[in-house]
Design a protein around this ligand. Structure first.
Ligand SMILES: C[S@@+](CC[C@H](N)C(=O)[O-])C[C@H]1O[C@@H](n2cnc3c(N)ncnc32)[C@H](O)[C@@H]1O
Length: 244
């Protein structure tokens, strides 16, 4: 509780994360590697080049390194985070750390086999009032990030997104023809369910996802009613309510 911000919108501010990472040693949002290792192992080979977005001070990179994934590039927009984490893992050859914004990745096209994010896009979406209708600002932010992610993926590469967002909310953002990937998902967690989305570059959207995209393009304002949402029940205080 020590690091809870005064207001939820702080999760979007780099100043909040810089301050937090000055003292906090470690925190793993949405659980740790062992909780979803079985899902990652199906989609990542040991020799794959991996980019972790918004790495924070999570143990994910270190745990994956110990499990045999050695080509891990990490990025976060918090300079404090990058400085602390690069010092912590200085004895791990193949692991690199970069301060960067997820909307502007300074990597060449088709650089990575796998791009992985855990709770980073959730933090960016934290102020959204309705998961059915993301605000134009957040929509544009996420679109810039997804465009960059798609650009940096090799053909056949996978973008893996670990989040608390349920498929009927998150698929609306990920299932778009212009990113040139398919979308699959699995889940993990007991009591509280988390989701692992796997987007494979160069594969087509399933007919169901293509139909969803078409529907959203035709009816951009449509908002299904009557379906209870965990977010609504929790008064939109998404991240504060995550129990690990
Ligand atoms: C909820 S934390 C998740 C940290 C870590 N991935 C984990 O699973 O524990 C969100 C992280 O995203 C980073 N972040 C937020 N917005 C970002 C952006 N625009 N570009 C890069 N990193 C960002 C924050 O600094 C923070 O480390």
């Amino acid at each position: 509780m020590e690091y809870l911000p005064d207001k939820n919108s702080s999760y979007k501010d780099v100043e909040y994360w810089d301050e937090r990472y000055r003292t906090e040693q470690h925190y793993d949002w949405l659980g740790s590697f062992s909780n979803f290792q079985h899902l990652l192992e199906k989609n990542i080979k040991k020799e794959d080049s991996i980019l972790i977005l918004g790495c924070g001070n999570s143990n994910l990179s270190g745990d994956m390194y110990s499990a045999g994934y050695h080509a891990i590039t990490n990025m976060d927009y918090s300079s404090v985070c990058i400085s602390v984490m690069s010092a912590r893992y200085s004895s791990c050859p193949g692991m690199t750390w970069h301060q960067m914004d997820v909307r502007q990745l300074s990597f060449s096209d088709a650089s990575f086999d796998v791009i992985l994010e855990k709770a980073t896009l959730d933090a960016i979406m934290v102020e959204e009032k309705s998961p059915w209708e993301v605000s134009p600002e957040t929509s544009s932010f996420i679109h810039q990030a997804l465009t960059e992610i798609s650009r940096c993926l090799k053909p056949g590469g996978r973008f893996i997104s670990i989040t608390f967002a349920q498929p009927f909310f998150r698929k609306r953002l990920y299932a778009r023809t212009e990113y040139n990937w398919s979308v699959r998902h699995g889940s993990y967690g007991e009591g509280f369910e988390y989701f692992v989305y796997v987007m494979t570059k160069g594969e087509q959207l399933s007919p169901e996802d293509a139909a969803l995209e078409k529907k959203l393009l035709e009816e951009p304002k449509s908002q299904p009613s009557g379906i209870p949402t965990r977010q609504n029940e929790e008064n939109n205080d998404f991240l504060c309510n995550i129990t690990l």
